[in-house]
Design a binder for this molecule. Structure first.
Ligand SMILES: [Fe+2]
Length: 449
């Protein structure tokens, strides 16, 4: 039986089969093979985090140990590939994600959900714990609580304001305080923390900012600590509401708006237009109603909150499901024209479970265009990178990891963002299969000083 056969054993949970299966080797490889031409303007590192259980197994796709894969691009070359476990307390002690020690030790992060840079530092994030800092070669430096000031978890989806370089984030918890809003200034110092009142602890995976606001999604996936193996479930009685508050505000400043019950793992972006706050989000009609394995597909929706009248509207923007929506980092909190995501081939309801495509939304024209990377291609999240500082919102590159089931291999694929449907401009061939993962970032050399 080959390794792949074992990985595809029907007795394994789906999140350990095929390209979900973890890899154990930590490699360092230089001068990678490339098909096509890497744009010479790209000088930095593409980093991507994911769940990669060191023990080989975990109770849920979200529960494995964090492993960051990185590719350095410079001068038109792929200089190196590295993959490293994030060396957390959880990993060192061999803890399971659902062990009480893991749930209540703020350093016992899986550190598996996102990796991003702020204030010249790189962080591996998971929403239940403190962040872990990595160096530029992906070695773990340690866990940080910002001089003891941060006493809550740190979301895996902070929002970096492109105008102020503040990092807005929050922590949520199954026990009070259920929700706390925080801000790191441009130097990385924690300068604001404010508890926000919500009725219960809910899974608040992500949030939004505008130029003026922080926006919280209090949605009905609620903690149930009587079942630590599956501690979150849909609650028909919880309702759903969106909290909009001024940046750097407190609980006294927040306004809550009722919306139809739903779940949102990932908003695309939010912005202000006149009196209105516009939020484009990937909306699931429900999530984890019966177990932490079920859920309905994700469709792009637009919520509009009128701050003058209090009116709320909701509009579905497309008919194809998607995952991993992203905008150009330079328009986070500002009005966007384009969005990037991945979608199942033929518009099915699954995403990574089915061979897929990369999509580009154009919200000005209300259209969606597709990059088809091959019949057996499984793309993960794609991020947009501008060609230079003066480039427009579609003038650059979309970069992400793609698994090819035909030969059990992975490429870092670079797409021309201005030419939807075109062939990749470059494929950087990874020296090993890169398991499906979660989120990543382009860390430009200019961001690391
Ligand atoms: Fe996420």
């Amino acid at each position: 039986m080959t390794d792949l056969d074992e990985r595809q054993s029907e007795s394994a949970p789906w999140f350990l089969q095929g390209n979900y299966a973890p890899v154990q080797n930590e490699l360092t490889e230089f001068d990678l093979q490339v098909t096509g031409a890497i744009p010479p303007s790209l000088s930095g590192q593409y980093l991507r985090n994911g769940s990669n259980p060191k023990s080989g197994t975990a109770g849920h796709w979200f529960f494995g140990d964090g492993m960051v894969h990185g590719v350095r691009l410079e001068a038109g070359k792929a200089a190196w590939y590295r993959n490293r476990f994030v060396e957390t307390t959880k990993l060192a002690k061999g803890l399971e994600a659902t062990d009480p020690e893991t749930m209540f030790d703020p350093t016992a992060s899986a550190a598996n959900t996102h990796v991003l840079a702020h204030a010249g530092r790189i962080w591996a994030l998971e929403e239940g714990h403190l962040p872990y800092e990595l160096n530029a070669e992906l070695e773990t430096l340690g866990c940080d609580n910002f001089g003891g000031k941060l006493t809550t978890a740190f979301t895996a989806h902070p929002k970096l304001c492109p105008e102020t370089n503040e990092l807005h984030f929050f922590g949520y918890s199954p026990v009070a305080p259920f929700l706390t809003y925080h801000v790191l200034d441009a130097s990385g110092a924690l300068v604001h923390s404010a508890e926000i009142n919500v009725p219960a602890g809910t899974m608040m995976h992500d949030f939004m900012i505008t130029r003026d606001h922080a926006i919280f999604m209090d949605l009905p996936v609620v903690f149930d600590l009587s079942n630590l193996e599956a501690p979150l479930k849909w609650d028909d009685n919880y309702g759903a509401r969106i909290g909009i508050m001024p940046r750097m505000g407190t609980n006294a400043d927040i306004r809550w708006f009722e919306v139809d019950p739903c779940y949102v793992f990932h908003p695309l972006n939010a912005y202000v237009e006149g009196d209105q706050v516009v939020c484009d989000v990937g909306r699931h009609a429900s999530m984890w109603r019966n177990s932490m394995e079920d859920g309905e597909p994700c469709y792009m929706h637009r919520w509009t909150f009128d701050l003058a009248s209090g009116a709320v509207s909701e509009q579905q923007l497309d008919g194809d499901s998607h995952a991993f929506p992203r905008v150009d980092d330079r328009v986070v909190g500002l009005k966007h024209r384009y969005g990037w995501g991945v979608a199942p081939r033929g518009g099915g309801s699954g995403v990574i479970m089915e061979p897929g495509t990369v999509i580009r939304w154009d919200f000005d024209t209300g259209t969606q265009q597709t990059y088809d990377l091959g019949a057996q291609s499984y793309p993960g999240e794609f991020v947009f990178v501008q060609d230079d500082d003066a480039a427009g919102e579609d003038e650059g590159w979309a970069i992400g990891l793609v698994y090819d089931a035909a030969d059990d291999s992975s490429d870092l694929v670079i797409l021309d963002a201005s030419a939807p449907g075109s062939e990749p401009v470059a494929r950087v061939h990874m020296p090993q299969r890169v398991p499906f993962g979660f989120h990543g970032s382009w860390v430009d050399d200019s961001a690391m000083g």
